[in-house]
Design a binder for this molecule. Sequence first.
Ligand code: FE2
Ligand code: FE2
Length: 134
Amino acid sequence: MKVAWNSRYDTGLRVIDDQHRELFAVVGRFRRLAQTGAARSEVETLLGELVACSERHFATEEAIMSQFAYPDLSQHVSEHITMLASLRELLVGFRESQQSTALLVPALMEGWLKHHVSDGDFGFVTFLKAHNLA
Ligand SMILES: [Fe+2]
Ligand SMILES: [Fe+2]
């Protein structure tokens, strides 16, 4: 499966779409690193970058949702928390084991695609648009 930006991920809210593109780009870089058998330290650095990028993105989404009193805020925040926890777990697991980098790819992809293909982010953008907030 390919991790690439696809127009079906476009929510129509610029700030969110730009961050999603950035996240997909990091996952794509990660995938290429894993395929070329990069040094573990390089993979670890990129994983750390993915965690940081995700934290920033989730904080942006949560600030927008809370600013406009999005009714499903807590549900969406809990999705973010779960996802960050699994990313951090991947990072820690990778540091502590001799786990192959290739094994990390499906887990990362699944996490990102699940969140963004699901109606999670579309739900709040649709809400904002319906209320003429975006
Ligand atoms: Fe989200
Ligand atoms: Fe998102």
